[in-house]
Design a binder for this molecule. Structure first.
Ligand SMILES: [Zn+2]
Length: 247
């Protein structure tokens, strides 16, 4: 026998189940999908802006090897990977001392080292410094990823090598074919290039005008360097940089 009240009740409970399922799906998306999706795509017109900076500013302010295509580039590409990193450094404000903001300080610091920027596929490291020619060689695959924070961090690492004038790395205790810094220090001026890399990303993350996305990229990059590139990590340094000690 047809019972309209029973029918109404069952369709109400179907509706409630659907709403519950929808809510669960939204929660899963917010908790698991959003945090790992770090979107590096450009907004409309941004590739044109980057091309303009490449032509009008960055090509004249730095020296480049012949490996670079100086003409108009597409996004994403190897060239846009570098230009995005230079733009990020150029616009970065970091509050290194209380109350004093130094816009573009890291960009100027890189410029002062007069590096010859190069890129190459023939080595597996993310970056490499050749002291005699002042070359900073960047890995093509890393550039092609177009992560401006990561590439900027690598530029700062290699810049630190040029500032120090010697290779301060030591073989990693875990894997001696890799290079590490002996110890992570809270005072980056005393440490090696990985230490400086961590310090730079720490400033981006906590004391800069970087966007939320850029700060999350900095956090992720810090942990990756932290996990593999130090032979010794004092607990106080891990706490200072707010990172989890690798197992
Ligand atoms: Zn290095």
């Amino acid at each position: 026998m047809f019972d309209p009240r029973a029918r109404q009740k069952s369709s109400r409970s179907e509706m409630q189940s659907l709403c519950l399922l929808g809510a669960i799906l939204v929660m899963v998306f917010v908790i698991f999908v959003l945090p790992v999706r770090l979107d590096l795509s450009l907004f409309d017109g941004q590739c044109g802006q980057l091309n303009k900076l490449w032509q009008d500013k960055y090509q004249t302010e730095f020296d480049y090897s012949k490996a670079w295509n100086r003409a108009e580039f597409e996004c994403p590409s190897i060239v846009s990977g570098l230009v995005r990193a230079l733009q990020f450094l150029d616009g970065l404000d970091t509050e290194q001392t209380v109350g004093s903001k130094r816009k573009g300080d890291f960009y100027q610091r890189l410029k002062r080292q007069s590096p010859v920027l190069d890129h190459d596929l023939l080595f597996s490291r993310a970056g490499k410094t050749v002291f005699e020619s002042r070359k900073i060689i960047l890995n093509n695959l890393v550039l092609a990823d177009n992560n401006p924070v990561r590439v900027a961090g690598i530029l700062m690492h290699e810049m630190r090598h040029l500032e120090e004038g010697i290779n301060t790395h030591v073989p990693c205790l875990r894997e001696s074919s890799n290079s590490c810094d002996a110890v992570l220090l809270e005072k980056p001026q005393l440490g090696g290039a990985y230490n400086f890399n961590i310090h730079f990303l720490h400033l981006v993350r906590h004391y800069s005008n970087a966007s939320d996305l850029q700060k999350r990229l900095a956090r992720r990059e810090m942990q990756a360097i932290f996990d593999t590139r130090f032979n010794q990590i004092p607990e106080s340094a891990a706490a200072f940089y707010q990172l989890e000690i690798p197992q």
